[in-house]
Design a protein around this ligand. Sequence first.
Ligand SMILES: Cc1cc2ncn([C@H]3O[C@H](COP(=O)(O)O)[C@@H](O)[C@H]3O)c2cc1C
Ligand SMILES: O=C(O)c1cccnc1
Length: 337
Amino acid sequence: MTIFPDKASFLAALHNMPAPDGTALAQARERQAQLTKPAGSLGRLEDIALFMAGWQGQAIPTLDAVQAVVFAGNHGVAAQGVSAFPSEVTAQMVENFRHGGAAINALSRACGASLSVVPLDLEQPTGDITVQPAMSEAECLAALQAGAASVLSADLLLVGEMGIGNTTPAAALCAQAFGGAGQDWVGRGTGIDDAGVARKMAAVDAALVRHGADCVDPFETLRRLGGREIAAMAGAILAARWRRIPVLLDGFICCAAIAPLVVAAPALTDHCLSAHCSAETAHGRLLAAMGLEPLLRLDLRLGEGSGAALAVQIVRAALATHAEMATFAEAQVADPL
Ligand SMILES: Cc1cc2ncn([C@H]3O[C@H](COP(=O)(O)O)[C@@H](O)[C@H]3O)c2cc1C
Ligand SMILES: O=C(O)c1cccnc1
């Protein structure tokens, strides 16, 4: 199914998004009020149960099919010396994903998610954003479309990425979306040294000078400052919204992928939970700017969807309490006074 045949349909999909199912939400809220616990005592687990009910359109939501999808892309800006690793690692990690040996493989198995891996033209890096747009219009549309097409029928979608150098375009997207300069959004990524951090900040600042005035809508911002796996994540998250599939956002790059979309259409995050706050310094600032409260803080700084896979366990626990607890009437426990 072609969801974004052209730029106009992508922008139309972003500016006219479906809402959750109000009836299922009301029924789930009603059920929560009857469960044998003081109202609100399960804190955010209660919110998660309502969130899942609203998006799945069922009063008692389920978590049978969890899909993790990892998009991979390469970046022209890596030539500026902005990562601690060479670009070949992207394709090598895709092979590792295929053989089941990466962190996301282990974490997907641990949380019961099926894993899809989607490499995007790895032999053709994006344009170096310090001097040219990352992608042509056709390339950006193809990446958005690849993201949308990868979304299966799932109860919950986890979105992750692999792309050496991609914390640099991610920082540029954040600066363009929420203001500030390289120094406000650049971190150490894979563990680059101080000189590398200085090169990253300079690269982000150069990209903002080169493209800032032309970032007139979320498509142009993604096309100029993003990358293939970054646009694919945005496409997958928007496509999930149209299919009312709730999403667990992963780390800094995943959240940066939707930053330009969220500025244009703040309701985009309504079907998303922030799984975790990563150790990449700007992730906390980005979550705050998008009004998201992370479920976990485990000092991860990996990406791949690793934090999202961990947070599945919390969603599972929320749905277990919602589905399995007795009501006051069933357990013959006295109602609140
Ligand atoms: C072996 C390896 C596995 C990874 N898995 C995720 N990333 C993470 O690191 C990269 C971003 O950091 P930077 O901008 O510094 O390159 C992305 O590929 C991200 O997914 C990895 C990085 C490496 C080296
Ligand atoms: O927050 C992330 O997802 C992240 C941070 C550093 C490197 N790769 C990913």
